[in-house]
Ligand binder design. Structure first.
Ligand SMILES: NC(=O)C1=CN([C@@H]2O[C@H](COP(=O)(O)OP(=O)(O)OC[C@H]3O[C@@H](n4cnc5c(N)ncnc54)[C@H](OP(=O)(O)O)[C@@H]3O)[C@@H](O)[C@H]2O)C=CC1
Ligand SMILES: O=C1CO[C@H](CO)[C@@H](O)[C@@H]1O
Length: 277
């Protein structure tokens, strides 16, 4: 049963991106990363979200190669870190990621954060990788509308994905609407607010009604908002639980009730005011 949501989202260039992926931030211990990714692929995940920052691209590649699923059936995202930004540096960082992953192409490559001086050149390098068919889709992360507008002035190809912090405490209504108008798919990072929302009473009440867990309700809320979602877990039961969300549908009223939990509250940095490289 699919209940009105396809398991993939079609990007602007027609590439199908699986709507649920495994986030692998903080899986720095090789065995833990390998086990979690293998468990996820066995449970039906076909999308892994990593970054050079996460220091586990090697394990992502290893788990994908060792799985019984064909490489082309698994969607892999990675990101260029802030200290590697700029046109030439991005091309170099990409080569390193490709080598660590042990792959001949990556599905989606993102600028991790919009570093003021370099994010436009960084995106232009991502465009070149796309033209050279080393990546199947282009994208950015943590970009606000004004960053996307600055890129649009210089780019030939619009970013196809913007990965942003999004969950019921930070619903990102305006940025999501702008991205939808521009044909940019949105991926929600920290979709479970890093686990901080799972005891919230409204979410518990709604979840009980459907016989689902609060994590499943939140993931379903993302999907019904046409978002791509990348929950992280190293716990096998949770990994399975987080993708078991295609057999129920939240009512319009429940969607609104969850929307109303918004406090514009971030768990991570503000893209207009971050200070790390
Ligand atoms: N582009 C960017 O700047 C950023 C991207 N990301 C990406 O987003 C991914 C997800 O975000 P992340 O910050 O990891 O946070 P999440 O919102 O995915 O929450 C992860 C936490 O929730 C717990 N959890 C997961 N599933 C369940 C469940 N069903 N029941 C109870 N607890 C659960 C996990 O515990 P446990 O693992 O112990 O099971 C972990 O502590 C990252 O891994 C990364 O890929 C994240 C931050 C920034
Ligand atoms: O991807 C990421 C994981 O979380 C980090 C800490 O908040 C972020 O800085 C980074 O963007």
């Amino acid at each position: 049963m699919d209940l009105h949501i396809n398991s993939t989202k079609q990007l602007a260039n027609g590439v199908e991106m699986p709507r649920i992926g495994l986030g692998v931030y903080k899986m720095t211990e090789p065995d833990i990363a390998l086990n979690a990714i293998t468990t996820a692929i066995d449970a039906g995940y076909r999308h892994i979200d990593t970054a050079s920052l996460y220091a586990n691209e090697k394990e992502v590649g290893e788990a994908v190669r060792n799985s019984s699923v064909a490489r082309n059936d698994i969607f892999i995202t990675t990101k260029v870190w802030n200290s590697d930004q700029g046109y030439d540096q991005t091309l170099k960082a990409f080569e390193k990621s490709l080598e660590l992953l042990g792959l001949d192409h990556i599905d989606l490559y993102l600028t991790h954060w919009p570093v003021k001086e370099t994010f436009v050149d960084t995106y232009r390098a991502i465009e070149r990788l796309y033209e050279e068919k080393l990546i199947r889709a282009t994208g950015v992360s943590n970009h606000q509308q004004h960053h996307l507008e600055a890129i649009a002035v210089k780019a030939n190809v619009k970013p196809m994905v913007n990965q942003i912090e999004c969950h019921p405490r930070l619903t990102q209504f305006d940025l999501r609407e702008y991205c939808a108008e521009q044909g940019i798919a949105v991926t929600s990072w920290s979709p479970l607010a890093r686990g901080g929302l799972l005891n919230e009473p409204t979410l518990q009440r709604i979840s009980d009604k459907y016989g689902k867990s609060p994590a499943q309700t939140i993931i379903r809320w993302h999907l019904q908002h046409d978002l791509i979602v990348i929950p992280k877990s190293v716990t096998p039961t949770r990994i399975a639980e987080n993708i078991d969300v295609f057999d129920f549908e939240l009512t319009f009223e429940d969607m609104k009730n969850i929307d109303s939990l918004n406090l514009n509250e971030r768990t991570g940095a503000d893209p207009d005011n971050f200070n790390f490289n």
